[in-house]
Write a protein that binds this ligand. Structure first.
Ligand SMILES: Nc1nc2c(c(=O)[nH]1)N[C@H]1C(S)=C(S)[C@@H](COP(=O)(O)O)O[C@H]1N2
Ligand SMILES: [Mo]
Length: 321
């Protein structure tokens, strides 16, 4: 387990590196770093209860590791969060004013115990673990970061899906007064995504409330987001307000906006190009290193059983489905 002190120490170091001697003398170091990196110090959620903070970062799960780790700042300054901005390098700055409290998450639909939870109550109930996952955006950038959270299956099991629940729908927040780009009518807000129920119940499907050992900064999807590491990043909805267990395959945000480019399943596959670019390689945030894309983002052994009947090779022959 990497102690949060290590990250914090690193951040302090970076603040120094980012500041000029002048800013140092003026005591403006923190401000400079926050402006430059959009670090959580500038944009975390207020009022996180002390007993919840004390649970961070949680045990590092050794079997969920991925190297090399992307720098915390690189991950926190290049984000997809269309509610905030369409410019990935501007998301952190635009997200700074975002305040949502208290944040509840509703579990509804085909389940025996529909309920609305306080986010921090979920942390008390399930505890936290830390998993380093690879993340692959459909735009061909990638990273590997430690997420702090709990398995999605824990949350869904608590709600008790009925036998009619075949899919799970995730709905992000809707607050145009706080999220500048939600005022744009070009998108079907709020952001919404979906998984098959067996995908959602898979142990790799993870709910994150933190990254790098601390409460999620807004730009990563505070206070609670999904992490589905074998699928393209857009499946991992941020700032989730509602989870619905449903009978029919739900529509999804990007497949509604551009149906020809984004399908429901969206498993990472180097051999299936995006209509406008190849998916054969990926560029690591921070270092810019180019690496070969891995089938299912490197998680094929873990998740292959989910796709046995409609096999991967079959889908490749049939193209996008
Ligand atoms: N609500 C919401 N969730 C979202 C997005 C978004 O625009 N809005 N973008 C997705 C995409 S395309 C990616 S790659 C990841 C990026 O997560 P990160 O910024 O924490 O790296 O968030 C996903 N979840
Ligand atoms: Mo993405």
């Amino acid at each position: 387990m990497t102690a949060p002190e290590v990250y914090r120490g690193r951040r302090r170091f970076l603040k120094l590196g980012a500041a000029t001697g002048c800013a140092l003398a003026a005591g403006g170091v923190g401000w400079v770093a926050h402006r430059r990196y959009g670090l959580p110090g500038a944009a975390t959620l207020p009022n996180v209860p002390a007993d919840v903070l004390a649970r961070f970062p949680g045990e590092r799960a050794a079997r969920f590791d991925a190297r090399p780790l992307t720098s915390r700042d690189a991950a926190a300054s290049h984000n997809n969060f269309f509610e905030m901005s369409e410019d990935k390098d501007d998301v952190a700055e635009r997200a700074r004013g975002f305040v949502h409290r208290p944040w509840t998450i509703e579990i509804a639909g085909e389940c025996h115990a529909p309920r609305t939870f306080d986010v921090w109550e979920l942390v008390r109930r399930f505890g936290l673990e830390e998993r380093v996952y690879r993340h692959r955006c459909v735009e061909a950038w990638a990273m590997a970061v430690p997420w702090n959270g709990f398995p999605l299956a824990s949350l869904l099991s608590l709600a008790g899906p009925t036998s009619h629940a075949r899919y799970v729908r995730f709905v992000s927040f809707h607050a145009p007064e706080q999220a500048p780009n939600q005022r744009s009518a070009s998108f079907p807000w709020p952001y919404h995504e979906g998984l098959r129920i067996d995908e959602a119940m898979h142990e790799l499907a993870f709910v994150a409330v933190g990254v790098y050992g601390e409460v999620l900064p807004v730009q990563h999807g505070a206070p609670i987001r999904l992490v589905v590491p074998w699928k393209y990043g857009y499946k991992s909805a941020k700032s989730i307000a509602r989870i619905e267990l449903v009978r029919e395959r739900p529509r999804t945000f990007w497949s509604t906006v551009v149906p020809s480019e984004y399908d429901f399943e969206s498993n990472v596959d180097p051999l299936v190009p995006h209509p406008r670019w190849s998916q054969a390689t990926e560029r690591m945030l921070g270092t810019g290193e180019l690496r070969p894309t891995q089938l299912m983002n490197g998680y094929v052994e873990e998740v292959a059983a989910l796709y046995r009947s409609g096999s991967v090779s079959e889908r490749r022959r049939g193209g996008r489905g």
